[in-house]
Design a protein around this ligand. Structure first.
Ligand code: GLA
Length: 401
């Protein structure tokens, strides 16, 4: 609400009284770097249960992923049961005791996340938070929840389309208000809870989500473990770089690394580009049955360090040549990350891609580290690069010239 000079005295008096009331302790800042962890949806979908979440937590520790920075264990849709006569939401039979599960996850030095919708139902048709926002936020806090993904879903037909038929702008205002309401409910608990907006990029959330307390906001519809979908999402991130920063991130959706039929190159390229984007790194694979090559990608410390760079400056697409794209990201201490992505087919020595350093603001040979080979190399102007289909060259330049 905008303050107006003609605000009635009663309202001013009310504002004064509420300012004098004890306020919940200022929640400590969360998501100062893009959140890292695991989420149940991309592999388990509705098959997630208490046992599977405990197993994921165990594996985050056993595989070294926790030490590499993955701390959130996020339960997505399908945990919800029914509300009782007092409106209190209960878990369904897959999650017999959410508090005990949260305690277990915390005992491993990890954090736990949960999922809901501002609508009456979630996307999976389970109980949503409409009309119970404060009650649900208090419930999450009482369980020790550290992260909430709040997914628009049935709020669209049940509230937006019903209350404002044929008025898109009014529908969007209803959507903003719904996210604002849950943000206030979460903040009122006094518990630091990461607030993740999931509304598929509608109405440019990067413009308004930070002001409503969003720590991250989905920028697109759902990801799938297919190169074309991953690349389509990547393409939609170009131009959004100025909106991200510590505490507020563009979310191009959770990782598919290790899922479906993605090739090693595609897994590597997907992970590299999400790091260039300062995207949340939420692994979405079957951790207990992870292949060594998947683990090697997810735990590449050099690539993770790009994603987690404390300056929080998202990378940008600098130029492209056919289907080869060059992205760059500025890092703390004047360092720079560069990713050369071949989104199309192979480019062989007959017609390799030639790297133009000038377009990156660089001049002369640059000492760099190839983050997938793990070795120092030299970048020179116009150097020919052979990059396989859907693969990437990702380097870190510590002292760009
Ligand atoms: C939507 C979201 C997904 C997932 C499902 C769960 O599709 O975008 O990430 O949370 O709902 O039902």
């Amino acid at each position: 609400m905008r303050m107006s000079a003609s605000l009635p005295l009663a309202v001013l008096a009310l504002a004064f009284v509420s300012a004098a009331q004890p306020q919940p302790a200022q929640a400590q800042a969360v998501a100062q770097t893009p959140p890292m962890g695991w989420n149940s949806w991309n592999y388990f979908f509705d098959k997630v249960d208490d046992k599977g979440v405990r197993a994921a937590a165990d594996q985050l520790v056993a595989t070294g992923m926790k030490d590499a920075g993955y701390v959130y264990v996020n339960i997505d849709d399908t945990w919800e049961g029914q509300r009782d006569a007092n409106g209190v939401l209960h878990t369904n039979s897959k999650f017999p005791d959410m508090k005990a599960l949260a305690d277990y996850v915390h005992s491993k030095g990890l954090k736990i996340g949960i999922y809901s919708s501002p609508g009456p139902k979630t996307c999976g048709g389970y109980e949503g938070s409409l009309g119970h926002e404060v009650q649900d936020a208090q419930l999450y806090a009482s369980w020790g929840i550290d992260y909430l993904k709040y997914d628009l879903c049935s709020f669209i037909p049940a509230v937006m389309e019903k209350q404002a038929p044929n008025d898109k702008a009014a529908q969007m205002r209803l959507m903003h208000a719904a996210y604002d309401k849950m943000d206030k409910a979460l903040k009122a608990t006094g518990r630091p809870i990461v607030f993740s907006l999931c509304q598929y990029g509608w109405d440019s959330p990067w413009e308004w989500a930070p002001a409503l307390g969003g720590n991250l906001w989905r920028t697109t519809g759902d990801i799938e473990p297919k190169w074309d979908r991953i690349y389509a999402i990547l393409s939609q991130q170009a131009g959004l770089e100025s909106y991200a920063g510590p505490g507020h991130w563009n979310d191009p959706d959770m990782l598919e690394v290790g899922n479906g039929k993605l090739t090693p190159a595609e897994n590597r390229a997907h992970f590299s580009m999400w790091a260039m984007l300062a995207a949340p790194l939420l692994a979405g694979n079957d951790l207990p049955n992870m292949k060594p090559e998947t683990k090697a990608i997810l735990t590449n410390r050099d690539v993770i360090a790009i994603d987690q760079d404390s300056m929080g400056k998202q990378g940008a697409r600098i130029y492209s040549d056919g289907e080869v794209e060059v992205w760059a990201r500025h890092l703390t201490g004047g360092a720079m990350a560069v990713a050369v992505l071949n989104a199309g087919s192979d480019r062989y020595s007959t017609h390799p891609f030639h790297l133009n350093l000038g377009k990156l603001g660089l001049s002369g040979p640059q000492k760099a580290k190839d983050l997938w080979v793990g070795k120092q190399m030299e970048l020179t102007d116009n150097m020919p690069l052979e990059i396989a289909s859907h693969d990437v060259l990702m380097v870190r330049i510590d002292a760009p010239k």
